[in-house]
Design a protein around this ligand. Structure first.
Ligand code: UFG
Length: 326
């Protein structure tokens, strides 16, 4: 039996593939719109195609014996989602409905879904649990929450068990040094700071210094991508054993770091100084997003292995190591 990883050539998908390989057969479906061939593991079967293409899904489900689907394939930039809502609702919601329809048709009943802290919007608490009200403030967060609702409805009437994983700020790179975070264009804080420290960008802009936080800059919960990847494997194994079914879990470190603190740790790790420009707030940024991941720790024994310094060290190793194709 194989696991179908939709979006397995993307940042988080490719790291999850690394954790599956060796124990599971893996089929990756990816249209390489935001993923990259160099992130694809050599040991997977790769199908280049669209998630929303029924013919592609018919091919995959009739050719391979798929036991479960891990679904990472999505557009995930908050700002872009405001400008291009139809693309986000099309790729993130509509294509997922096509995937679920085909899973039901072919009797594939296990689903692990990549969701996001953006489903919470501007939370009314600093330590976010799964009970915290969801109130997304952009199409990206809404598109993910819509799929969460769809999953709950589908699971009531079809043979489908799912786990929703709400990621906080994914960061870091694989310990092998083979894969890491690569977006084009890059908008995420840690890669931007590291690229600057490597001389690939002139300066860093800090978006907002007047938030109600200790130093005035936004606070986020950074979680190593391999810790995220391991949570997917545990969630799948929990579904297989029957220990869990139809659950939502937060995935974060439980500690918040400000933009200013991130820059300082990047300087320390790289032993270089940054040129920083203080700019206006970026629209749609909540001041503080920090996760409580107690629920998944209690249910599945998941605990993050990597803290901030190690996350940034792994990212620094990946970014400093220029490889062909990167
Ligand atoms: N930031 C800067 N300068 C930059 C880039 C980012 O100051 O050049 C700040 C942002 O304003 C924010 C923080 O750094 O305060 C982190 O920004 P990122 O873009 O790295 O990450 P986000 O918190 O905006 O977004 C991430 C994921 C989203 C997800 C969200 C959930 O990328 O997919 O977390 O909170 F929706």
């Amino acid at each position: 039996m194989s696991i179908l990883v939709c979006g397995g050539a993307g940042y988080i998908g490719s790291h999850t593939v690394k954790e599956l390989i060796g124990n599971y057969e893996v089929v990756v479906l990816d249209n390489l719109s935001t993923g990259y061939p160099f992130l694809l593991d050599d040991n997977v079967t790769f199908v280049n195609g669209d998630l929303g293409d029924e013919a592609v899904l018919d091919f995959v489900f009739t050719t391979y014996k798929i036991d479960a689907v891990f679904h990472f394939a999505a557009n995930s930039l908050v700002g872009e989602s405001v400008e291009k809502p139809l693309i986000y609702y099309g790729n993130n919601v509509s294509a997922t409905i096509t995937l679920l329809k085909k899973m039901v048709e072919y009797g594939v009943g296990k689903f692990i879904f990549s969701s996001t802290a953006a489903t919470y919007g501007i939370p009314n608490t600093e330590m976010i649990t799964e009970e915290t009200a969801t109130n997304p403030i952009n199409p990206y967060g809404r598109s993910k929450l819509m799929v969460e609702h769809i999953l709950a409805d589908v699971a009531l009437v079809h043979d489908l068990q799912y786990v929703v994983l709400r990621y906080f700020n994914a960061a870091g790179a694989h310990k092998s040094g083979e894969i890491g975070e690569s977006h084009e264009p890059e908008s995420h804080l840690i890669p931007i700071v590291l690229q600057h420290l490597l001389g690939q960008r002139e300066k860093i802009s800090v978006f907002g210094t007047d938030y109600e936080t200790a130093d005035g800059t936004c606070v986020r919960d950074y979680i190593h991508v391999t810790d995220l990847a391991n949570a997917h494997v545990l969630a799948y194994e929990g579904l297989v054993s029957g220990d869990i079914s139809n659950e939502i879990y937060n995935l974060g470190n439980g500690a918040g770091y400000s933009v200013q603190e991130i820059i300082e740790v990047c300087e320390k790790v790289s032993k270089k100084s940054a040129v920083v420009e203080y700019a206006d707030r970026r629209p749609g940024d909540p001041a503080v997003l920090v996760a409580s991941s107690d629920k998944i720790t209690k249910a599945l024994g998941w605990k993050p292995k990597y803290q901030l310094q190690e996350i940034i060290e792994s990212a620094w190793r990946w970014h400093s190591n220029e490889k062909p194709g990167k």
